[in-house]
Design a protein around this ligand. Structure first.
Ligand SMILES: Cc1cc2nc3c(=O)[nH]c(=O)nc-3n(C[C@H](O)[C@H](O)[C@H](O)COP(=O)(O)OP(=O)(O)OC[C@H]3O[C@@H](n4cnc5c(N)ncnc54)[C@H](O)[C@@H]3O)c2cc1C
Length: 301
């Protein structure tokens, strides 16, 4: 059997694409190894009708809706390689037989690499986050810290001031802030430090204190960090697609890559998304383009 489309990655981008293609009566093999980027958090916010739901419940509802459409098949497997064939693509996963499809949609999102600071893994998703729009409301008016050696730190600091004015901005050993930026921050009562953070202290994921390299500590109940984001599309590198700035799949506004038949959406695509609803919207849009391409190939243009 040759599926119309293989979707690799069952986060909001892949699931919404599967929903659209299933409703368009396309045969879909949906591969997913169930490791979404937000798995560490207890509640996801900002998705209309699902605000505050757990990530697990979000996926449960989504899978229930998508798998109502009989032409969508769920393959709970990790894809390890993709290669071109005369009819399209052959997809090999860690278990089971290879699957063949006319089109491929990559929606595998991003892998996060957290900074090497003691306690960061325990706190991340509970009191340390990366996106103010996702978790700023829950931390509003609290004593917060921003730890980042990235140049985005100033932007993040400005933004967060809308959620809490009790801010410590820590460049974690780098000199990314200009004198003017430091002045803008300190004139608003924001504490700026260039020290390295060595540990986040607290219990059950709840931040209590931040320890700096000189041994000093400060009390904080939450904060924001900037993980490194690594695309997870290495399994189809053999296709030799043009890469995005992050090293993922370079796409245009229709989700097309430089390889005919290979599409990407959500955070796996260039431009990314950074929120569930944006990935879902991208998945929906790109599925429409895939369906159009399949239609033109069979019906003619
Ligand atoms: C701590 C934290 C909190 C967040 N909170 C929010 C929030 O409150 N609101 C919000 O809108 N967003 C939030 N986000 C962001 C949100 O998680 C992402 O924007 C969203 O998950 C991206 O969707 P996606 O479909 O592009 O990728 P993902 O959701 O990451 O889905 C990718 C899927 O692909 C699968 N996959 C990867 N590789 C393979 C492979 N080789 N084979 C098969 N399957 C594979 C993964 O297992 C995963 O299921 C948060 C993120 C983090 C880290």
């Amino acid at each position: 059997m040759i599926y119309d489309c293989a979707i690799i990655g069952g986060g909001p981008a892949g699931l919404n694409a599967a929903l659209v293609l299933g409703r368009a009566r396309r045969t879909v093999a949906l591969f997913d190894n169930n490791q979404p980027r937000n798995a560490v958090t207890h509640a996801s916010h900002g998705f209309l009708t699902q605000d505050g739901v757990t990530p697990a419940e979000f996926r449960r509802i989504a899978y229930e809706e998508v798998l109502r459409y009989p032409s969508v098949e769920h393959h709970g497997r990790k894809v390890s390689s993709v290669r071109r064939t005369a009819e399209g693509f052959e997809i090999t996963a860690n278990t089971g037989e290879p699957v063949h499809a006319r089109k491929i949609l990559v929606t595998t999102g991003l892998q996060e690499i957290l900074p090497d600071i003691t306690g960061v893994t325990e706190m991340y998703g509970s009191s340390l986050f990366n996106c103010p729009y996702c978790d700023g409301w829950e931390l509003r008016d609290q004593p917060l810290i921003v730890v980042s050696d990235h140049e985005r730190i100033y932007h993040l600091a400005k933004l967060l001031y809308g959620w809490s004015q009790d801010l410590v901005i820590c460049t974690h050993g780098s000199s990314t802030l200009t004198d003017e930026q430091k002045q803008q921050l300190t004139s608003r009562g924001i504490i700026v430090t260039e020290q390295k953070v060595v540990a986040f202290h607290g219990q059950n994921g709840k931040l209590e204190q931040v320890e700096f390299a000189d041994g000093s500590r400060i009390s904080r109940t939450g904060g924001f960090i900037t993980p490194a984001w690594v695309p997870q599309a290495g399994f189809c590198e053999e296709l030799n697609y043009e890469k995005s700035e992050l090293g993922g799949i370079q796409t245009n506004e229709t989700g097309r890559s430089s390889i005919p038949g290979l599409f990407a959406a959500g955070e796996a695509a260039s431009g990314g998304s950074s929120q569930l609803i944006m990935s879902a919207a991208a998945g929906s849009l790109i599925a429409v383009h895939i369906n159009m391409e399949l239609t033109e190939e069979t019906f003619g243009s």
